[in-house]
Ligand binder design. Sequence first.
Ligand SMILES: Nc1ncnc2c1ncn2[C@@H]1O[C@H](COP(=O)(O)OP(=O)(O)OP(=O)(O)O)[C@@H](O)[C@H]1O
Length: 211
Amino acid sequence: MSFDIDIRHRIGSTAIAATCRSHDRLIALSGPSGVGKTTVLNCIAGLQKPEQGRIVIAGLTLFDSDSGIDLAPEKRRCGYVFQDNRLFLHRRVGANLVFGEALHPPQDRWITRDAVIELLGLAHLLERWPANLSGGEMKRVAIGRALLSAPRFLLLDEPLASVDQTRREEILTVVQRIRDDLAIPIIYVSHEAAELARLTSTIITMEPPAR
Ligand SMILES: Nc1ncnc2c1ncn2[C@@H]1O[C@H](COP(=O)(O)OP(=O)(O)OP(=O)(O)O)[C@@H](O)[C@H]1O
């Protein structure tokens, strides 16, 4: 089982819930703005603690409120590509890419710097500053940095949101290649049905709470 997720949380008066059991390599999280998609990703990454539930990815229990398991974020080994990328603006692209490498012992690494640069087409960008990149280039660097942090799984929060229409295809192709060639579990957030249909048939649709 790649994913066994059952998250229940509350922010103020907003109830947030997501449930999924799937063998798929890539699952999607969908729903209208404000329904709690990013909150669910944060709970999976260990940045927020759900009130209740269970999060098991690729056989490792990250959180289980019944048995009191709550792994620290660094032990979850999650490659989180934030909606706003969060690149280090004071470091060149090359330095951004390798930032995560030092955080993990060499035996945890499963992909090389060269392979990531090749996969994402980053060779010509390594000396550039992040602030001068296009939305699509920034996203590719953010995905590359996540892959180089020796992740056990990836979280992609609306990766096409700040990307030109013309570059969207490029990012979608990259995600498909990661799904197919790297075989790492991925949770992909989007509210675009057509985009999701190209990636997976396992879609968790989050509904706003009934009023
Ligand atoms: N720090 C916070 N303080 C108070 N409310 C918050 C906070 N963060 C999020 N919320 C609320 O929690 C709910 C879920 O937010 P979240 O960002 O997870 O939704 P989302 O589905 O990812 O939205 P979007 O698609 O717009 O990114 C929203 O109603 C939001 O207003």
